[in-house]
Design a binder for this molecule. Structure first.
Ligand code: NAP
Length: 338
């Protein structure tokens, strides 16, 4: 039966050509898929990336880390000090800045540490000018644009407060632009520097009900790629980190898993694989830890953009329902106490 059908196709030139084309397209698609997963595995397990001494590790250079008092920012600060950078911590809470500074002093006594108090949502008048003056005294090799905030929990855009919208835009977009504008000139004139920008899957796949955060991270992605191309020939590396969930106060996830690492392993993967794409298809973009790389690869290679946006809507609608129910329970408990 099968042989007869095959013979009928081969006897008809149009059918035979169509079948040959379909086979070719299938083979090319499969080949591309296999090649992309092999590249991902090579990147994650074998590609050493750009060494940090290219950016001044062990040579008196400074790493500037924003939002350095918690989560990923704190880990970047600790890890960069371990990897022989002096560290400037930028954050809004003085006691937390001092605590991180003490932790670095105890862990990496050879590293110099300074801190600068700055609220990116509501900077004190003249704060950026003061920071500019401080930065001009330092040789900055690395800038980690880490500071970021999101919505409290998924919320329709029209119900989000103006204040939260302002904060997300000021912190996630304008904070990053201002910090980069302060350090990039000296990196360009010294011909070396690394700028790491913390992006998010929410910027890669639009996140309904987290639309302002999602839009801000799409800005981080596009801007990083444009800037990366602009400055790479001048010795400055810009990398957008397409980050999936990491255990932190922001993610509200407390237990690590294969897809959700602790900040420590995530930051170590980032710093060991600078310039390595991992699961990302985009220029100047990286997903450098296996769980995130595979998630990034799956999103890029399976189903349509429409599918992933609608998946995200379903997920966030469910999270919103649970968050509202929790709020109701908490309000009822308070009412009972009074
Ligand atoms: N965690 C994730 O799953 C995840 C996923 C994708 C992308 N990211 C991105 O990774 C970055 C870090 O996230 P995270 O999870 O580490 O967050 P986190 O644990 O909530 O830490 C945020 C840091 O930013 C600081 N900060 C917040 N508002 C500030 C302001 N107005 N001015 C100055 N500093 C401020 C916080 O300071 P205080 O200590 O004073 O509060 C804290 O040090 C963000 O850009 C985020 O979008 C995270």
């Amino acid at each position: 039966m099968f042989e007869v059908q095959l013979q009928q196709i081969l006897d008809n030139p149009v059918l035979a050509l169509s079948a040959a084309l379909a086979l070719l397209v299938g083979a090319v698609s499969l080949g591309r898929l296999v090649l992309s997963i092999l590249t991902l595995l090579f990147d994650i397990f074998l590609n050493p990336g750009i060494p940090l001494d290219r950016f001044g590790a062990g040579q008196g250079s400074w790493a500037v880390v924003t939002g350095a008092t918690d989560g990923l920012g704190k880990q970047f600060a600790l890890e960069l000090a371990r990897r022989k950078f002096n560290v400037l911590l930028v954050g809004r809470t003085l006691t937390k800045l001092e605590a991180v500074r003490e932790e670095i002093n105890a862990q990496s006594p050879a590293a110099e540490v300074q801190h600068f108090q700055l609220d990116f949502a509501h900077p004190a008048p003249g704060a950026f000018l003061q920071l500019k003056a401080l930065l001009e005294e330092l040789t900055v090799g690395v800038l980690i644009n880490n500071v970021g905030v999101s919505h409290d929990f998924p919320v329709p855009f029209h119900l989000e407060s103006e204040e939260r919208i302002h904060d997300i835009v000021e912190i996630n977009i304008n904070g990053m632009l201002k910090m980069t504008h302060l350090v990039l000139p000296q990196m360009l004139s010294s011909g070396r520097g690394l700028i790491l920008n913390l992006g998010s899957f929410a910027g890669h796949v639009p996140g309904p009900l987290l639309s302002v955060y999602s839009g801000s991270k799409a800005f981080v992605s596009t801007w990083s790629q444009a800037l990366g191309a602009e400055v790479q020939a001048k010795g400055v590396t810009v990398e957008h980190l397409n980050t999936y969930f990491v255990v932190s106060a922001m993610s509200k996830i407390r237990k690590p898993s294969f897809f959700v690492p602790l900040p420590g392993p995530y930051v170590r993967a980032v710093l060991s694989r600078i310039g390595v794409r991992g699961g990302s298809n985009y220029p100047f973009t990286s997903s450098p830890i296996l769980g995130h790389a595979l998630a990034n690869w799956a999103v890029d290679n399976f189903f349509s953009r429409q599918f992933w946006v609608m998946y995200s809507l379903t997920l966030h609608t469910d999270i919103r329902k649970r968050a509202l129910r929790k709020k109701e329970r908490e309000a009822a408990a308070v009412a009972k106490q009074n």
